[in-house]
Structures are given as C-alpha cells and as structure tokens.
Design a protein around this ligand. Structure first.
Ligand code: PMP
Length: 314
C-alpha cells in the first residue's frame, strides 16, 4: 500500500511540511544504515485518539540510540509530546507513527561522530494486519539466520537490522508464505521479520528470551502481562525448531501484527489449523483494550487531545 501522506512531519522539535522532509543522498544513514526507529500505533478509541504505550516506544528509541552512541537532544517525555502534537495537528487517526533518529549529512566516512543527528516523527493512516478474522497465517522457517549476538545488536531497533528482515520476508513471499520465522545463530527459534513469536504447548505459553536475538517487543511485553492477568503459565525459554511443528498454538505479536495466529509452519498444520483457546483468550483481552471495549487497566494509552489540533503550526 503506498504511503498516504499527512500535512506535517515533526523534525528536531519543529513541524515541517511532509514534502520538505528530505535528505541528501550523501547523508550517513543512506550509505551506512545509521538509523534507529520505532513503529507505534495510535488507536481511535471511543474517547478519541490514543497512542499505545507511547513512553515504552520512546524509551526503546532512546535505548537503541544509546547502544549506537547517538546522542538525542530530546527527552522521552518531549518525544512522547512530539507524537501527541503530531497526531493532533495532522488530525489523522487511527494511524501509524514512525519516529526515526538518524545520522545525517556531515562526513562521508564510516565514522559517524561528525554527522549530525536528526530526529523525525511521521504519522500516516494505517489499519493493516498480517491477517484479520478467524484464519491464521501460513509461515515458513527461514533459511536466513537472525542477526547473531555481538554482530548487529538485536535489542536495538536499527534500520540496518531490517536488511536481515528483508531477506527473511522476501524469501517467505516468493515461496508463497505470508511471513518467515528466523532461527538464531544457535538454531533456536528467534522471531519473525517484524514480529515476536509465541508458542503454546499443553497449556503453557512459551516465548524466546531476549538473548535469542529478539527485539524486546512492546506487544510481546503487553501479551506477557495479559497472560499474567489471565493466570496463563508463561515460560521464557529457548525454543527448539521442532517445537513449532508439535505446538498446540503459535502466534505472532507486533505493533503491525498485533496478535496474529499462525495456521501452519512449513506446511505442517499447527494442531488442526484453527485458532486455539489461549490465542483466542489473549486476542480477546488485547483487542478488547485497543478497541476500547475494555478499560485501559494497565494505563497503556496516552490520550491525544483533539482540541490541540489548532495549536500546531508550521
Ligand atoms: N521483532 C521485530 C524484528 C520487529 O520489527 C518488531 C516490530 N517492531 C517486533 C519484533 C515487535 O515489536 P513491537 O511489538 O514493539 O512492535
């Protein structure tokens, strides 16, 4: 789906027109992948627009920046406020929000220290899911290994990591699958190209620990908390590949994927290929909250005051 543009983009604390958010081709990021970013959802609750786990996303953005020794001139709270002002000012929701920190135009060499840091926040309408409704998705185990420890840090959400994700995703698509699951360098289950993974077996929910080259997903964390609320036993442990084939239930989580059930892995049906009870129970809780049918008992939302719309100018 082509990007649907909005009026403005937040750039280093000021608003600029969408079409003015341009970079020089010799910017450090273009040549060396030096960016970290976030993907955030703003939902349209009955009470108005509300950003899901805004502070956690901006904390992860600052954590990713810190790992890459990028100094960001804004606090977590200022960045959250930037998202709120942007959504209110553009008047577009529900939407996807894309904050990006990048190394801009400075020097041409690999050393990034002399290229300026630029911070952008964009938003645009987006309501897409990997799959919606009662059917799960058909996935494969990728022939590509997830980024190995001590190569590119998996805990940082950096643009460069997504070269690995693109290989996983393209291979899956050309072979007729919706998504690929990557194994880590040790051969254990890691994650999808843009999703964390959960497995259910005999009533227990399993997910890979962060040391298996997974991104510390905000949705992963939300689902772990919801499982706690529902008293579902949870184990974070290494998952062997074959567990995927004998699991009772498997599902992806992510800002884009939300909670997406998996129907088959490598053409082997997950149980009978229908959505299992634990996935259903977690979906009910998750969508109940993000669609505003249930109270926000974990305080996951930052409300966007729609009255602020007039306050934002170029
Ligand atoms: N893993 C990867 C590689 C991702 O790109 C994403 C999407 N950000 C996730 C996991 C899920 O993270 P989150 O729930 O924070 O969107």
């Amino acid at each position: 789906m082509p990007i649907q543009k909005t009026a403005r983009i937040w750039h280093n604390g000021k608003f600029i027109a969408w079409d003015d958010a341009k970079l020089h081709v010799m910017s450090h990021v273009v040549n060396y992948g030096s960016s970290v970013f976030e993907g955030v959802r703003c939902y349209g609750l009955p009470s108005g627009p509300a950003i899901f786990r805004a502070a956690e996303h901006m904390q992860r953005l600052l954590d990713s920046s810190k790992i890459y020794r990028i100094d960001v001139a804004f606090t977590r709270e200022e960045l959250v406020q930037g998202m709120v002002d942007l959504v209110a000012g553009n008047g577009v929701w529900p939407c996807y929000i894309r904050p990006i920190v990048l190394r801009g135009y400075g020097e041409a060499g690999v050393n990034p220290f002399n290229s300026p840091t630029e911070v952008y926040i964009c938003n645009y309408p987006w309501g897409k899911y990997l799959a919606k409704g009662d059917e799960g998705v058909d996935v494969c185990v990728s022939s590509w290994t997830r980024i190995a420890p001590n190569t590119l840090p998996a805990m940082a959400k950096s643009g460069a990591n997504y070269m690995n994700s693109q290989l996983i995703k393209m291979e899956a698509i050309v072979n007729g699958y919706v998504e690929g699951i990557a194994l880590d360098a040790g051969g254990y289950v890691s994650e999808g190209s843009g999703e964390n993974l959960f497995v259910v077996r005999q009533g227990t929910l399993y997910t890979a620990p962060l040391a298996n080259s997974v991104l510390p997903g905000i949705t992963r964390d939300s689902v772990l908390r919801l499982a706690g609320d529902l008293k579902i036993p949870v184990v974070e442990q290494m998952i062997p590949r074959e567990m995927l084939y004998i699991a009772d239930e498997v599902f992806f989580t992510g800002t884009a994927a939300e909670v997406t059930p998996i129907r088959s892995v490598d053409k082997i049906l997950v149980d009978k290929g229908t959505i299992g009870p634990i996935t259903k129970a977690l979906q009910k809780e998750f969508y109940g909250i993000v669609e505003g049918r249930q109270p926000d008992r974990h305080n996951w939302f930052t409300a966007v005051p729609v009255g602020a719309k007039q306050a934002v100018g170029v």
